[in-house]
Design a protein around this ligand. Sequence first.
Ligand code: HSC
Length: 295
Amino acid sequence: MANIAKIFASRAQNVLQAAARQPQVATRFSSSSTNNNWEYIKTEVAGEGKNVAVITLNRPKALNALCNGLMKELSTALQQYGRDSSIAAIVLTGSEKAFAAGADIKEMVGNTYSQCIQGNFLNDWTEVARTQKPIIAAVNGYALGGGCELAMMCDIIYAGDKAKFGQPEIALGTIPGAGGTQRLTRVVGKSKAMEMCLTGNMIGAQEAEKLGLASKVVPADQLLGEAVKLGEKIGTHSNLIVQLCKESVNTAYETTLQEGLKFERRTFHATFSTADRKEGMTAFAEKRPAKFTNE
Ligand SMILES: CCCCCCC[C@H](O)CC(=O)SCCNC(=O)CCNC(=O)[C@H](O)C(C)(C)COP(=O)([O-])OP(=O)([O-])OC[C@H]1O[C@@H](n2cnc3c(N)ncnc32)[C@H](O)[C@@H]1OP(=O)([O-])[O-]
């Protein structure tokens, strides 16, 4: 157990050191509010403090089907916002009709097994789950197959009241390939996940909230505003501590309870090496708002 504690302490320390190494220079995203050099996505910076990045999937004719080009652009945008010290949280959204209708079926219809293996098919999908900053999925319309999986790679899902979630791969003669059988099962439990994956049936926003898949349902036209507000609220805290907290919650999905509790405690201890922990507690005692410096 002592070794596990050491590993966790060193992982938490690595996160703190990596955060300290983040370049403090502003990227192209923080100097202007929009960037239109993309084919399949749109990016802009939102919120009063311009600290919430909004990435909009923008392939309307194909209901935001996730083709390779889109996934590459999404990965690039996430990496850029991940390095941008002025960005506290990222909102990922689609159109009112579709968050994303899944992987691009027409693009992959001719794929062979050997091409999938040798081309490391799906490799570009992991960036969303690797991003250290919080990502909020704002889901309107269809989130199907890879679209539902993409939403589940995010940290929080807000759903518009007409949103529909599903894993219809079974009807295509395949199975979910980017987390649908794994993340969905951990969130909604075996029976519901099995029912969704084996039938391809969709569930609506209210049911998704009831099952814990979505944390909130809002009217479709208010969804983006609510998601940005959530990002702004997260952005009032120390970005550094938010990053540690996200890693700790994610650990709950990846390890046993005992190991997770150990990781959480060591990470809690590690916050005592930060200026922001000292500032947060001092500000409370002095009855004033905290001024976090992300150090
Ligand atoms: C980097 C890649 C990584 C791969 C990852 C694999 C992992 C993943 O688990 C596998 C999948 O997601 S498997 C996928 C699992 N997902 C599914 O099985 C859902 C498939 N989609 C549907 O069932 C229906 O489109 C809806 C019920 C969403 C809407 O019905 P509606 O309102 O009657 O609208 P509509 O008229 O039907 O569509 C409008 C246009 O969009 C087009 N398009 C739509 N989805 C597309 C797609 N995925 N693809 C391509 N195109 C797609 C559609 O063809 C049409 O174009 P057209 O040029 O005008 O013909």
